[in-house]
Design a protein around this ligand. Sequence first.
Ligand SMILES: Nc1ncnc2c1ncn2[C@@H]1O[C@H](COP(=O)(O)OP(=O)(O)OP(=O)(O)O)[C@@H](O)[C@H]1O
Ligand SMILES: [Mg+2]
Length: 257
Amino acid sequence: MLEVKGLSKHFGGVVAVSEYHLTLDKKEILGLIGPNGAGKTTVFNLLSGNIKPSKGEIIFDGKEITNYSSAQTAKVGLARTFQNIKLFGELSVLENIKVGLHMRNGSSFFHTFLHTPRFTKSEKEITGKVIELAQLMGIEPILHHQASDLPYGEQRKMEIARALATNPKILMLDEPAAGMNPQETNSLMNTIKKIFEDFGITILIVEHDIKFIMNLCSRIQVLDQGRLIEEGTPQQVKNSKKVIEAYLGTPKKDKRC
Ligand SMILES: Nc1ncnc2c1ncn2[C@@H]1O[C@H](COP(=O)(O)OP(=O)(O)OP(=O)(O)O)[C@@H](O)[C@H]1O
Ligand SMILES: [Mg+2]
């Protein structure tokens, strides 16, 4: 389904990602972990077309998408959320999720916000779908709240609902549990399991909460200083010397995992 070969990104002299590779041939929940600055978000930005690679190749469903824009990757079925949440702050939760659905139905922002006939035609159907997604994410009671007023945890759930609304084949979540308390994190874990089972999509997760990753993922990749240093089952990664060294090896390194 997805094949990534030799993907590299340099920012001037900084090597953010070097020779990253990934093969996904079945539906799974894959974890991408590594210390701060390891290159995890850069990998997501490259896959989703938010930035262009310096080198390498991305093939999705047999088609090369290496230089696709973010709009083009969304169209072929890659959806993501952001470490720094991106939302339409002035709009309600309902309207934020609707944007994802209108994009999937081929309505542009123009149709969505100017309420053209093409927009209104599918409006009823779309509202029903928004409610369904909001129920799944447990944010139905706050559908009419302004997005910018919500705590981080709720904004993150809204972002996931919006990403799901585009009907993706692959969903990429960048630190979905950031800003959540242990109870919310636990409930998010169950929701992600449910999304995986109900929607039958592949999920890629970047997350510092190691328990969260170990519980959810069938396979984990570990990045350190832009390089893939380990890949395997949660158990294999947990026992890997290279991984332990990457996290704890030098006293200067941030020990968050
Ligand atoms: N737009 C950019 N311009 C210059 N350097 C960048 C840019 N984006 C990322 N970097 C650098 O690339 C490296 C990898 O950053 P990235 O954000 O991918 O790490 P990360 O693994 O997501 O870290 P964190 O866990 O803190 O989110 C870092 O050294 C970072 O400073
Ligand atoms: Mg990051």
